[in-house]
Design a binder for this molecule. Structure first.
Ligand SMILES: *Cc1c(COP(=O)(O)O)cnc(C)c1O
Length: 357
């Protein structure tokens, strides 16, 4: 068919599945197991439907201001979007126009190469080292931009601020994006570096640490100049990206810092406890500073374990891809959910010891 020659063909990103079964334990997309701040629920119930007649504020001023206040930056340094995927997609479109390949790690968030291909941005991946850390020297070659998550996904490994700064410093001629989707679970944000570098864009999300994946709120912080360019592209694309409820509820989430810290603290405590239990069961994993653990077992393949857990209606993430096909990415849920995960893994091992395949 001739018209198909005129179609933009692309291979889409594949998100973790969203099964919805009673009693299942969902540990496959790094969502938060706890509800959002109480005020979020209260306001959600109180939204006046008649307010939905009108378009929302295209600048999302209340949310931008709340984030600026929380992170102690100028409101002109904040950009908000429909989840950080929207913010990142907009940033790729805006900043990666150099002609030279952009650089990102070979093992990383698998949306980066999807956007690069969609926008026809050339890219080159830089291999993580033997212990799955980023090698900063790889980012000291000519390029059209740099992006990496910190902590990285799906490894959970956090790079220190010196490494992040080394990469930003070596790339003053391009935009460097640090995707901090998991920074709240124990990392040091690159935000202080904004004082020195106007080519740095930091992207964060409400989907993980703020328990609002379903609301779709993400944001970026950078120099006013950088944010200005991002806004120009956004307003050339869709003025009303963020709906009214998202703007209102986002503000409520930012305002309840005590609840936020308590939730994150619980997840971090559970993560550290689960690391111990997994180690006792013979798993090994990098020392995650995120809300997931990327674990592999010395005797059983990740695929076998993935299937066994699924039979018990416990969903984790598994990729049949080079370098990572023997690891499972397990989201940290509640203590109770993680106890069931550990029990299921133990049961599988006992069964296999009794009757090896
Ligand atoms: C989850 C995730 C995102 C996207 O999250 P949103 O729900 O779109 O905000 C971006 N980057 C990384 C590394 C992630 O893991």
């Amino acid at each position: 068919m001739k018209w198909e020659d005129n179609v933009r063909k692309t291979v889409p990103y594949v998100a973790g599945e969203q099964p919805n079964k009673a009693g299942m334990i969902k540990l496959n997309t790094n969502e938060c197991p706890y509800p959002p701040a109480p005020e979020v629920g209260k306001l959600l119930r109180e939204i006046d439907p008649s307010a939905l007649r009108l378009y929302p504020d295209p600048n999302a001023t209340l949310l931008t201001d709340a984030l600026a206040e929380y992170y102690r930056v100028d409101p002109g340094q904040v950009f908000v979007g429909v989840g950080s995927d929207d913010v990142l997609a907009m940033a790729f479109l805006t900043f990666f126009q150099g002609g030279r390949p952009i650089l990102f790690p070979d093992i990383t968030y698998s949306f980066y190469d999807v956007w690069a291909k969609l926008y026809r941005i050339p890219y080159k991946t830089c291999a993580l080292d033997g212990s799955w850390h980023i090698c900063p020297e790889d980012y000291e070659q000519p390029n059209g931009g740099v992006i990496f998550p910190n902590p990285n996904a799906p490894t959970g490994i956090l790079e220190d601020l010196e490494t992040v700064e080394r990469i930003v410093r070596a790339n003053r001629d391009v935009v460097v994006i640090v995707d901090e989707a998991y920074i709240d679970f124990g990392g040091k944000s690159a935000l202080p570096l904004l004082k020195k570098y106007d080519n740095l864009l930091i992207v964060q999300t409400f989907s993980k640490s703020r328990a609002m994946a379903g609301m779709r709120i993400g944001f970026a912080i950078g120099s006013k100049k950088l944010i200005g360019y991002l806004n120009d592209v956004k307003f050339s694309f869709n003025s009303y990206t963020m709906n009214l409820p998202a703007q209102v509820l986002g503000v409520a989430a930012v305002r309840d810092d005590a609840y936020f810290k308590e939730t994150v603290g619980k997840i971090v405590a559970t993560r550290e406890r689960v690391k111990e239990s997994l180690r006792e069961l013979g798993f090994s994993f990098p020392d995650s500073r995120a809300n997931f653990i990327f674990a592999s077992h010395k005797e059983y393949s990740a695929e076998q374990l993935f299937r066994a857990l699924r039979e018990d209606e416990i969903y984790v993430r598994y990729w049949n891809k080079p370098r990572i096909s023997n690891s499972l990415r397990i989201t940290v849920g509640t203590d109770e959910q993680m106890d069931r995960l550990i029990a299921s893994l133990k049961e599988y091992q006992d069964k296999r010891r009794r009757c090896p395949e």
